[in-house]
Design a protein around this ligand. Structure first.
Ligand SMILES: *[C@@H]1O[C@H](CO)[C@@H](O)[C@H](O)[C@H]1NC(C)=O
Ligand SMILES: *[C@@H]1O[C@H](CO)[C@@H](O)[C@H](O)[C@H]1NC(C)=O
Ligand SMILES: *[C@@H]1O[C@H](CO)[C@@H](O)[C@H](O)[C@H]1NC(C)=O
Ligand SMILES: *[C@@H]1O[C@H](CO)[C@@H](O)[C@H](O)[C@H]1NC(C)=O
Ligand SMILES: *[C@@H]1O[C@H](CO)[C@@H](O)[C@H](O)[C@H]1NC(C)=O
Ligand SMILES: *[C@@H]1O[C@H](CO)[C@@H](O)[C@H](O)[C@H]1NC(C)=O
Ligand SMILES: *[C@@H]1O[C@H](CO)[C@@H](O)[C@H](O)[C@H]1NC(C)=O
Ligand SMILES: *[C@@H]1O[C@H](CO)[C@@H](O)[C@H](O)[C@H]1NC(C)=O
Ligand SMILES: *[C@@H]1O[C@H](CO)[C@@H](O)[C@H](O)[C@H]1NC(C)=O
Ligand SMILES: *[C@@H]1O[C@H](CO)[C@@H](O)[C@H](O)[C@H]1NC(C)=O
Ligand SMILES: *[C@@H]1O[C@H](CO)[C@@H](O)[C@H](O)[C@H]1NC(C)=O
Ligand SMILES: *[C@@H]1O[C@H](CO)[C@@H](O)[C@H](O)[C@H]1NC(C)=O
Length: 801
């Protein structure tokens, strides 16, 4: 890395000094030097194509000498334009490459703008003067491309051939997939030192096979990363240029073996072939590349032993060879010469690790990943010798035993990223202060209290452990938190985190603990996931929770929440609109309870979920809730909700799992529910629904258990609706039913007609049928019950009168 930069900076320094020099000259002497008329004309033609939305080149007017125009630099004697420096000027419109007709132009930077097209004038080919262009940067950047504004593209690169002085060429992020002869085209540039074609959708290595030697012999830096190079690496590829120091081919689809001609690149310092499909073993030659410092072969299918091969690369700083099929033994001999090693990744490999217990490596690492390797049961003791690691990933390495003091001291030293998840660690780390920004300790058996954490922490995942006690006061300083996951521990006490300060919080998962108190209000507007499931939270649901535009997963199930669902205008944009929020935390897994089961999922904004089940919630379900048409899982079961289900539920047409069971819902099941064509799971059991189950393939595909416990409900898959059920007057008289009817009449008389018709008229009697209540309602306290009691008192007094 360092070498790369120094190499580049040398070049850039040269160019920049040129630039600054010219700049100072032209600003000092703009009055003295007169702009060349021909150059001005060329610049004005170029300007015609540009849409200067931000007025950045408003100085480009004939009133002003062109040597004083924004970004234009002239030679201080001849007045000829030598540089055009318009990088990052917010320009749109067209790049007209007729600008290359500027005879003395040596530096052209149009990078980081928002241009829409590049046009290549036909006259380009009859430029007669030799080109002076040394530096050409037309690159954009990923942030400038979007589905609405696709990448800039070019269909040919033949215009390059006259640029015989060109040393630096950057066309990154320009779509070149139609340029099948790109390699041939750049091979006409004999002075080229640096070629950047990052993310250009290149798809071949085709070159005229008769070419034995190439013009690219001065090339030092070649960046072809993130393209679509799907073939093998041609054997001659490494013969293109002998002096190459930097080669980046990562993120392509290159397959086959690494050609042994790699050995020609004796000056190579930086080689990145990661994220391809390379196979076979490494060419022996690699061990004889004396200067190689950065070797990244991660995520290929390479095999064989590496021990003897990398062991001689004594300049290595960076060795990432994880996620391959390498095998064999790794011992201290492998590393005995690698005293500069700084970054090591051997993750997901089948190596047999054979380190002496008292081995002290010759290197000090800042980055170490051994995840998914077989290290355990003892923590690899040589890691304790590392003084200032920034990143340590030992996830899934079978570690259960540590030296408590050395381990504590080590993990307190990790300054950025610590991942110890999926091991069997049982240590008490409550007295430690972890410095890292990203802390994954999940799926272990850590006991005792939570450790102290740096105020800079961003990701804290301590899920699936046995941490106990309350959340420490020291956690109150964490203002940068993005994701906190304490799922499935033994934590208790009130959650007193200063939520109004956690402005970056995206994911809050405190589920499966014994936390108490009320649900915090004033939470981050960026919250996407809120999971408080299976705790002892009480009080009401704060309306603020329904005012989080990015929220797509709300799970408050299995608490002691009271009151009704907030009835206000919701602002849950994500549950209404189908546009996805940024989910850059795709590695976050959570348990999703849906379709009557518990699934493990990665965070995914497409699974919009609301689960309020198993609380003491009551009242009607606000109509606003049925506006959340993107919701796929809605679970309101095991509460005391009353009232009818709005026919608007038919509009929630993404619904896959709907559970309203064990409540006091009543009235008919709306016909519109047959529109829920994605419904895979439905539970309406144990309510007071009546009438006929609407006909619709989906609704009949569920078995009777989805509907049982609703005595007045009929039709497939339950029993046929009979006259008897449609007309209760004709029902076989039973003492209870008789009682019922008389009570119902009393209710009508005793209460306001509107209220009676709206609620008790439909449901009142059913509330009094104790048999069903006891069969179905697991939670019989709360508001519904209070009403019931009040009603009984009223009825009794009515009867007495
Ligand atoms: C210039 O850009 C602005 C903003 O992007 C756009 O509204 C306008 O239509 C563009 N004009 C031309 C001539 O392309
Ligand atoms: C013009 O630039 C040259 C170097 O290119 C410098 O030596 C000279 O002093 C400059 N002339 C003026 C008038 O600034
Ligand atoms: C580019 O500039 C040339 C003049 O050099 C002009 O003839 C041509 O029309 C321009 N191209 C476009 C697409 O405007
Ligand atoms: C380019 O060459 C063609 C003939 O090859 C000629 O007709 C044309 O005028 C030339 N253009 C310029 C700008 O010299
Ligand atoms: C080439 O362009 C890309 C995209 O703008 C940029 O990220 C990169 O830094 C450039 N390369 C160099 C060496 O300047
Ligand atoms: C080298 O470049 C020159 C001029 O640009 C060209 O004529 C020649 O064919 C190139 N050589 C190869 C091997 O491509
Ligand atoms: C990559 O190239 C293959 C053919 O080699 C083509 O089918 C595919 O569409 C290309 N991918 C992209 C993203 O252009
Ligand atoms: C590559 O160059 C070496 C000498 O530097 C030569 O022996 C070999 O044949 C060349 N390979 C190809 C495929 O051109
Ligand atoms: C590594 O170097 C040693 C001595 O410097 C040498 O004997 C050995 O052959 C080398 N190994 C490889 C694979 O080149
Ligand atoms: C934590 O520190 C306290 C006081 O220094 C000590 O009594 C206790 O034993 C320590 N706990 C652990 C687990 O090291
Ligand atoms: C709803 O959220 C949006 C952000 O997506 C915000 O701009 C708007 O002010 C919010 N509306 C209300 C009523 O809070
Ligand atoms: C329901 O009624 C249909 C005719 O409408 C009859 O064929 C079927 O046997 C009845 N099913 C039951 C369970 O009574």
């Amino acid at each position: 890395m360092t070498i790369l930069t120094s190499q580049m900076s040398l070049l850039l320094l040269l160019l920049l000094s040129l630039t600054t020099f010219h700049r100072s000259v032209s600003s000092n002497d703009q009055k003295l030097v007169q702009c060349n008329e021909k150059d001005e004309e060329t610049l004005l033609i170029f300007k015609k194509g540009i849409n200067d939305s931000y007025g950045k080149i408003s100085t480009w007017s004939t009133e002003i000498d062109c040597c004083a125009w924004e970004g234009v630099h002239c030679d201080n004697i001849t007045g000829r334009v030598t540089e055009l420096d318009l990088g990052n000027h917010g320009l749109t419109g067209e790049i007209n490459l007729s600008i290359l007709q500027l005879e003395f132009l040596s530096y052209l930077d149009l990078s980081q703008n928002w241009f829409d097209v590049i046009s290549i004038p036909a006259t380009q080919h009859n430029i007669t003067h030799p080109s002076n262009l040394i530096y050409l940067d037309l690159s954009t950047d990923s942030i400038y491309a979007s589905p609405l504004k696709p990448f800039l593209h070019m269909n040919n690169l033949d215009w390059l051939s006259p640029l015989s002085s060109l040393k630096y060429l950057n066309l990154s992020f320009i779509d070149l997939h139609k340029v099948t002869n790109w390699l041939q085209a750049v091979n006409t540039l004999p002075s080229l030192l640096e070629l950047q074609l990052y993310n250009c959708n290149l798809n071949n290595f085709i070159i005229n096979p008769s070419i034995q030697y190439s013009n690219l012999s001065s090339l030092l830096t070649l960046d072809l990363a993130v393209n679509n190079l799907t073939s093998q690496l041609p054997n001659w590829f490494f013969n293109l240029t002998k002096d190459l120091t930097y080669l980046d081919l990562r993120w392509n689809n290159i397959h086959g073996e690494i050609p042994s001609s790699l050995l020609n690149l004796q000056n190579l310092r930086y080689l990145d072939l990661s994220f391809n499909k390379l196979q076979g073993s490494l060419p022996d030659g690699i061990s004889q590349l004396p200067n190689i410092q950065h070797l990244d072969l991660n995520s290929n299918m390479l095999s064989g032993s590496i021990s003897s091969i990398v062991g001689n690369l004594s300049s290595l700083h960076y060795l990432h060879i994880g996620y391959n099929n390498f095998s064999g033994e790794i011992s201290e001999n492998t590393f005995s010469k690698l005293s500069y090693l700084d970054s090591l990744d051997l993750s997901s490999s089948n190596f047999v690790f054979q380190f002496d217990l008292d081995w002290v490596p010759p290197f000090q690492l800042s980055y170490l990943s051994l995840s998914n390797t077989n290290q355990g049961p003892n923590f690899p003791s040589w890691i304790y010798t590392q003084k200032s690691p920034q990143l340590l990933d030992l996830s899934s390495s079978g570690i259960s035993l540590v030296d408590k003091n050395m381990f504590s001291s080590l993990i307190e030293r990790i300054s950025h990223y610590l991942d110890l998840s999926n091991n069997s660690l049982t240590v008490d780390i409550s007295n430690l202060t972890l410095k890292g920004y990203t802390l994954y300790l999940s799926n272990n058996s850590f006991t005792g209290g939570l450790p102290n954490i740096s105020p800079n922490a961003r990701v804290v995942d301590f899920s699936y452990n046995s941490f106990s006690g309350s959340i420490p006061h020291s956690w109150n300083n964490m203002k940068e938190l993005i994701n906190i996951n304490l799922w499935s521990n033994k934590l208790s006490g009130e959650v007193l985190l200063p939520f109004s300060d956690l402005k970056q919080l995206h994911i809050l998962n405190l589920g499966k603990n014994k936390l108490s108190g009320t649900i915090p209000i004033n939470m981050s507007q960026k919250l996407q996931v809120v999971i408080l499931r299976d705790n002892l939270f009480e009080g009401t649901i704060p309306p603020q929770l329904f005012n989080l535009p990015d929220l797509f997963h709300l799970d408050l199930a299995q608490n002691k929440l009271l009151g009704s669902i907030p009835d206000c205008a919701y602002n849950l944009t994500q549950m209404v609109a189908s546009n996805n929020v940024n989910s850059f935390y795709a590695d976050v897994t959570y348990e999703l309870f849906t379709k009557g089961q518990d699934y493990m999922y990665n965070i995914n904004p497409r699974r919009r979920t609301i689960d309020l089940s198993a609380n003491n919630l009551s009242g009607n379900v606000p109509l606003e809730l049925f506006h959340l048409v993107q919701v796929q899982t809605l679970n309101l079961s095991q509460n005391n909700f009353i009232g009818t289900i709005s026919k608007m539920i038919g509009g929630m047409n993404n619904m896959e799992s709907l559970d309203l069971s064990n409540n006091k819902f009543c009235g008919e099941i709306p016909q519109s529910m047959s529109l829920l064509t994605f419904l895979e799971y439905l539970n309406l059991s144990c309510n007071n629904f009546d009438g006929k189950i609407p006909i619709g393939t989906q609704l009949q595909s569920f078995n009777a258990s989805s509907y049982i416990g609703n005595p007045k409900l009929c039709g497939a898959p339950l029993n046929n609706c009979t006259i008897k059920e449609e007309n209760p007057k004709n029902a076989t008289p039973s003492p209870e039913n008789e009682d019922d009817d008389s009570i119902r009449e009393s209710v009508f008389l005793g209460m306001g007609v509107g209220f009676a018709a709206g609620f008790w008229g439909i449901c009142g009697s059913l509330f009094l049928i104790r048999k069903w209540r006891h069969a179905c309602y697991r939670f019989v306290d709360g508001v519904g019950d209070k009403l019931y009691v009040t009603l009984m008192v009223k009825l009794n007094s009515f009867h007495r009168n």
